[in-house]
Design a protein around this ligand. Structure first.
Ligand SMILES: Cc1cc2nc3c(=O)[nH]c(=O)nc-3n(C[C@H](O)[C@H](O)[C@H](O)COP(=O)(O)OP(=O)(O)OC[C@H]3O[C@@H](n4cnc5c(N)ncnc54)[C@H](O)[C@@H]3O)c2cc1C
Length: 447
């Protein structure tokens, strides 16, 4: 089986590109789709532009975990809203998105890890999340057949999962029915301005006049912003995922152990990944952003593997253009779908580790594998903010490996930022200025 969304996927939304809109949303991942959807439901005329296909990058490639567990406390209220919205949205799609409340579990090797989990629990309690610690015996009840012992686990029964490559196109379907003008295969090259504020976007298929733009461009956001004179210390890391053939049913839940994270899929297989492992292709942005990422590097010095250069056309490849204008092809058209190769060695390890954890499962073989570039911030929380220096521009990016689950909540927040509605959440932690106002990079108590 090939990965289901690629440049070869037929275009569902060919356009035409409208000539004007109340709001233009750049990027049709889960964040852009949800933002556009809520704006349209609120009566605004919205255009949603995607350089490749709906959900072709992170939003189809993720593990599908919709988790509250372990989150930054400032994200928890937004996640609670997201969970409510997930249930509502699942009833509005034309297709089963595989939304299941199966729980999420982090299996701990050491008592120190258990202490970290215990230290996070008060945040769960404050926000009404049902997380709790499990003993080794309780782990065996949640995952019958598990072959080894653990120091314990952190477990959240109310956490959910859904099938990413089905879900986000299905959400786009709701958005289209709500009146969003979606156009695939249409890159936004740059912004138009009048009197120092946004007056439109320049796409490869013409100009759209608008006074409000939401940038939800995932791993491409900092490249886009740099060309507009806005600095964002965002980097992307490669994360590899393996999808097994159908196997015996274990449990409805998703879990992460030290050397394998797993999640049952609706087709009977499991998506496997290496929780704490990711790879950074070093490029000019990595050097530029290094000072901001030092806190993260010190906290987890061995979590990232460094590779000397990104493949051609990647956002931080050495040869990628950093400056361009609206009348020439941009880096976004040069790479419609960011499709990194998975790390082959990791795939073998994942199968072996999963089979060792559940020996009764028998041979673990793969039907497919893929990788995604996770857009990450120095303090591992996103930016959801209006850009003071460029009125009319709102940013929703840098979800740092956990933007799928919070997606609908983040979409509501971003829609509110555009319209000036009361978003009912404290967004201080997600402000853009934290990278320029001398604030230390605060990684927070997320686990
Ligand atoms: C392997 C992996 C596992 C993950 N697991 C989880 C998980 O289990 N749970 C969870 O909550 N999160 C998870 N995540 C993170 C989650 O997938 C992301 O945080 C989320 O999908 C980000 O959504 P987005 O819309 O911001 O970005 P994306 O999905 O990357 O979408 C951005 C879109 O913008 C488009 N674009 C960029 N520039 C332009 C332009 N100039 N013009 C037009 N279009 C443009 C891109 O083509 C892309 O489609 C995981 C991520 C990966 C890669």
């Amino acid at each position: 089986m090939k990965f289901p969304i690629s440049e070869a996927t037929p275009i569902t939304y060919p356009g035409p590109v409208p000539t004007e809109a109340d709001v233009v949303v750049i990027g049709a991942g889960v964040i852009g789709v949800c933002t556009a959807l809520f704006l349209a439901q609120d009566g605004h005329k919205v255009a949603l532009l995607e350089k490749g296909r709906i959900a072709c990058e992170q939003s189809s490639r993720n593990w599908g975990w919709i988790r509250q567990q372990g989150r930054d406390p400032d994200e928890l209220p937004i996640t609670a809203e997201a969970n409510r919205l997930w249930r509502e949205l699942a009833t509005q799609t034309n297709i089963d998105i595989g939304l299941v409340q199966g729980g999420v579990t982090y299996l701990a090797e050491t008592t120190e890890e258990m202490e970290t989990y215990a230290n996070w629990l008060p945040h769960a309690k404050t926000h009404g999340v049902d997380s709790r610690l499990l003993s080794d015996a309780e782990i065996a009840q949640v995952f019958p057949g598990i072959s080894r012992r653990f120091a314990g686990a952190l477990h959240t029964p109310s956490d959910m999962r859904a099938e990413p490559w089905v879900t986000v196109p299905a959400l786009a379907g709701i958005a289209a029915r709500a009146g969003v003008a979606i156009v695939e295969n249409c890159a936004v090259r740059c912004l138009d301005r009048e009197a120092g504020r946004v007056s439109g976007v320049v796409t490869e298929a013409g100009v759209i006049k608008t006074t409000q733009v939401v940038l939800a461009a995932g791993a491409w956001s900092s490249l886009f912003l740099r060309n507009e004179g806005v600095s964002l210390p965002q980097l992307s890391v490669r994360a590899t995922v393996a999808a097994t053939h159908p196997l015996a049913h274990l449990s409805q839940g998703a879990a992460a152990a030290e050397n394998v994270a797993f999640r049952p899929r609706s087709d009977g297989g499991y998506s496997l990944a290496a929780g704490g492992f990711h790879e950074l292709f070093v490029g000019p942005d990595a050097f530029r952003a290094l000072p901001k990422f030092l806190t993260q590097l010190k906290q987890d010095p061995f979590g990232t593997r460094f590779l000397p250069k990104a493949p051609k056309g990647f956002p931080d490849a050495w040869g990628t253009k950093r400056k361009w204008t609206g009348d020439a092809q941009s880096p976004f058209e040069d790479m419609r779908v960011l499709n990194p190769l998975p790390n082959k060695k990791k795939l073998t390890d994942l199968c072996r580790n999963f089979a060792a954890l559940f020996p009764e499962m028998g041979d673990v073989t793969l039907q497919t594998a893929w990788a995604g570039m996770i857009d990450t911030m120095p303090d591992v929380v996103p930016v959801m903010d209006r850009v003071d220096a460029l009125p009319g521009l709102t940013i929703g990016t840098g979800f740092s490996g956990h933007g799928f689950g919070i997606g609908p909540g983040a979409g509501k927040v971003l829609a509110g930022l555009v319209t000036g509605a009361d978003v009912a959440h404290d967004l201080t932690r997600f402000r853009l200025s934290r990278f320029s106002d001398g604030s230390p990079m605060d990684i927070g108590p997320s686990v």
